[in-house]
Structures are given as structure tokens and as C-alpha cells.
Design a protein around this ligand. Structure first.
Ligand SMILES: NC(=O)C1=CN([C@@H]2O[C@H](COP(=O)(O)OP(=O)(O)OC[C@H]3O[C@@H](n4cnc5c(N)ncnc54)[C@H](O)[C@@H]3O)[C@@H](O)[C@H]2O)C=CC1
Ligand SMILES: NCC(=O)COP(=O)(O)O
Length: 337
């Protein structure tokens, strides 16, 4: 019986998603992890981009239970575009096409037809501009898959070989961050992070460094009280259970080698507290993983790079690392059930 396929969403059609997905045709899949990789995209768009980039890729319609594709071949689930694509030019008419990729992938993961999903980047703004979610805002894949799966909380974590950074809040205006850091949210996030570091990354006793929200972790309350009122009591609860979470540390101190060298993960309070540090170390080599979902989802560490679509200058390294991690997680998950 062939293994379940891994779905790859190609993302925003005017960006570099289709370009980097084409490189999966040459991906040297570790033989012990091999399974079909199926790109969700317009076949004609992929064909057009392959011609522009001079890439020889044979696009093959995916049929359930197929064996992994041969080198140079790429399985595709053909999805129709609403409008022809001009490289680098956003068109809200194609927002429904992007959402169709995400919906099809989420459905296949939830129904057990796919082993997991790897996502290429989407342009969040154009999906909102199109109003494709019937008035609901589109914040990102993370929130979309959380809602589709119907789970109360998930965790965004980006990982390189050296560093893992998880976030308490994700795509939130900065002015709303402090109010979102509640005992409930922080506890949910830590529960998921601890659980998934154990089960997905085989770290039995994770050491987690937690950032304060305010400069100098609040400076004993003189620069903000979130550490005293919310963060520290939650950390004390975990420490009492023997979990290695330490105390809230000033973020500028925490992100230094002395502290990071023994840490399994850093928990940052908001997107731009944690991710710039990680990207400055390993942009292009990092993977974005959604923890706490009932299925495997990994993603690239970069955005749509509209400036590079069809240019041949886009690197597919993050997509390949994200695919390899999803393959490893799928194998681990299947051997556990
Ligand atoms: N997973 C996702 O769907 C993500 C989507 N985005 C979306 O992407 C859009 C654009 O975001 P930006 O902040 O401009 O970030 P970006 O990552 O698209 O671009 C930042 C810079 O990095 C370069 N770059 C990005 N990916 C590259 C690659 N694979 N190879 C070589 N160079 C690369 C770009 O040319 C640009 O100079 C936004 O709408 C954002 O929401 C951003 C991050 C993740
Ligand atoms: N900076 C990471 C990012 O924005 C990715 O978001 P998502 O689409 O994976 O939720």
C-alpha cells in the first residue's frame, strides 16, 4: 500500500510559490521517507513558469495511491485560476484560488487522505481585499488551519538547526498584543509547545526560555506589569510541575549565546520580538511549523517575494527544508499509530 501523499500548496500565484514548487521535481527525497508530493496549483501556471525559468519539469496529474514521482516529474492537483497571472502583480480575483488550495489541503489532512501539508507563501492582504472569507479577516495560514480544524489554540514556531522560536501571539496589531497575553492563552500555548516538543521533536524534558513583554522584562514593574501580573504566575505553575521554563527574561538578554546555548526553544510574546532574531540567523533555511493542529503543517520562512516571481532568483531552500521536516513528522506519526 503506497504511503499517503504530502500536499504542497503553491500559494499566491503572482509570487514565487509556483517557482519554488517546481524545484520539488528534483528534490532528493530520503528513500526511507519517500511518499508522493502533490502540488496544489494551476497546471497551466506551473507550465508557464517552468517555461519562463527554463526548468524541464513533467507535470503529472496525481491519482490516489500513486507511487512517489520519478526525478523530473511533479504530481499536480490542478486548480483553476480565475484570471491569468502577471508575475509580481496581485489580483484579488485570484484570492479564491489561493483559498481553494488551503481548503482542499485542510480537508485532505482532516479526512486522512493526505499525510500533511507544506505551504508556499500567500499574500494576506489580497485575500482580505477580495473579502473571500465572507467578511471574516484572513490573518494567515496558521489561523486559517486552526479555524478549519476547530481547535481552540495553535502555536506558530519557526525553527532552524540552531534555534526554535515559538510565539504567544501571531498576526496581531502591536497595540493589541499586551491585552492578548492572558493566563489562559499563555497556559494553552505552553501546554501545546511542551507537548509538541516532546512528541514531534523527541525532546523529553524541554528547556524553554520565555521572553518578557516589556523592556527589561518590566524592570520590576516600573516598565510594565504584564510580567508580574500574568507571565510570572504562569511560569511558576509550570516550574512547580518540574517544567524547565525559568523566569521571564528580557528579550535582548535572552537572545544571546550564553542563554541560547542550552535552550530547546524560545517563547516570544509577539511576532516581531522573536522572528527577526531567527531570520537574521537563518533566513532561507528555517521552517515554520504549526503546533497543536490535528495534522502536520510546515511552511517556508519567507513571503511571496513578488519582486522575484519568474526571475529565477528565488531560493527554494526553505521549501525543501519544510518538506523534509513534514516527511519526517509524517513518518514519525505513522509509526506511532
Ligand atoms: N507563509 C506565508 O504565507 C508568509 C507570507 N508572507 C507574506 O508575504 C508578503 C510579502 O512579505 P515581505 O515582508 O515582503 O517578505 P518576503 O519574504 O516576501 O520578502 C522579503 C525579502 O526577501 C526576499 N526573498 C523572500 N523570499 C525569498 C526567496 N525564497 N529567495 C530569495 N529571496 C527571497 C524578497 O525578494 C524581499 O527582498 C506579505 O503579504 C506577507 O504577509 C510573509 C511571510 C510568510
Ligand atoms: N512570519 C510568518 C508568517 O507570517 C507566516 O504566517 P502563516 O501564513 O504561516 O500563518
Amino acid at each position: 500500500m503506497p504511503l499517503k501523499p504530502l500536499y504542497i500548496t503553491s500559494g499566491e500565484p503572482a509570487g514565487i510559490g509556483p517557482d519554488i514548487c517546481l524545484d520539488l521535481a528534483q528534490f532528493a527525497m530520503p528513500p526511507n521517507l519517500a511518499r508522493p508530493l502533490v502540488v496544489l496549483a494551476s497546471k497551466s501556471l506551473l507550465q508557464q513558469r517552468a517555461c519562463e525559468l527554463g526548468k524541464a519539469v513533467v507535470l503529472v496529474d496525481y491519482i490516489a495511491q500513486a507511487q512517489p514521482a520519478k526525478p523530473g516529474e511533479l504530481y499536480v492537483k490542478d486548480l483553476p485560476l480565475s484570471q491569468p497571472v502577471e508575475n509580481g502583480k496581485l489580483d484579488s480575483a485570484n484570492a479564491a484560488y489561493v483559498l481553494a488550495q488551503l481548503t482542499e489541503a485542510a480537508h485532505a489532512c482532516m479526512s486522512g487522505d493526505a499525510a500533511g501539508v507544506v505551504t508556499a507563501p500567500v499574500q494576506k492582504s489580497v485575500i482580505n481585499e477580495a473579502g473571500s472569507l465572507e467578511g471574516r479577516a484572513f490573518s494567515g495560514h496558521t489561523e486559517f488551519f486552526q479555524e478549519y480544524a476547530g481547535v481552540p489554540r495553535v502555536v506558530m514556531m519557526l525553527a532552524t538547526r540552531q534555534l526554535r522560536v515559538a510565539l504567544v501571539t501571531t498576526h496581531l496589531p502591536l497595540k493589541n498584543v499586551a491585552a492578548a497575553i492572558t493566563t489562559t492563552r499563555l497556559t494553552q500555548i505552553l501546554d501545546i509547545l511542551i507537548h509538541d516538543l516532546k512528541t514531534k521533536f523527541a525532546i523529553q524534558h524541554p528547556k524553554i526560555l520565555v521572553c518578557g513583554l516589556n523592556p527589561h522584562a518590566g524592570e520590576s514593574g516600573y516598565l510594565g506589569r504584564e510580567e508580574i501580573d500574568v507571565i510570572e504566575p504562569v511560569l511558576a505553575h509550570y516550574r512547580a510541575q518540574g517544567v524547565d521554563v525559568g523566569h521571564a527574561l528580557p528579550a535582548d538578554t535572552l537572545f544571546t549565546p550564553k542563554y541560547l546555548k542550552n535552550a530547546d526553544a524560545v517563547l516570544a510574546m509577539y511576532h516581531d520580538q522573536g522572528l527577526p532574531v531567527l531570520k537574521s540567523q537563518g533566513f532561507g533555511e528555517a521552517v515554520n511549523i504549526t503546533l497543536g493542529l490535528p495534522f502536520i503543517r510546515t511552511s517556508v520562512d519567507h513571503g511571496t517575494a513578488l519582486d522575484l516571481a519568474g526571475s529565477g532568483k528565488a531560493s527554494s531552500s526553505s521549501l525543501l527544508v519544510a518538506t523534509e521536516l513534514a516527511l519526517q513528522l509524517a513518518a514519525r506519526y505513522e509509526s506511532a499509530v
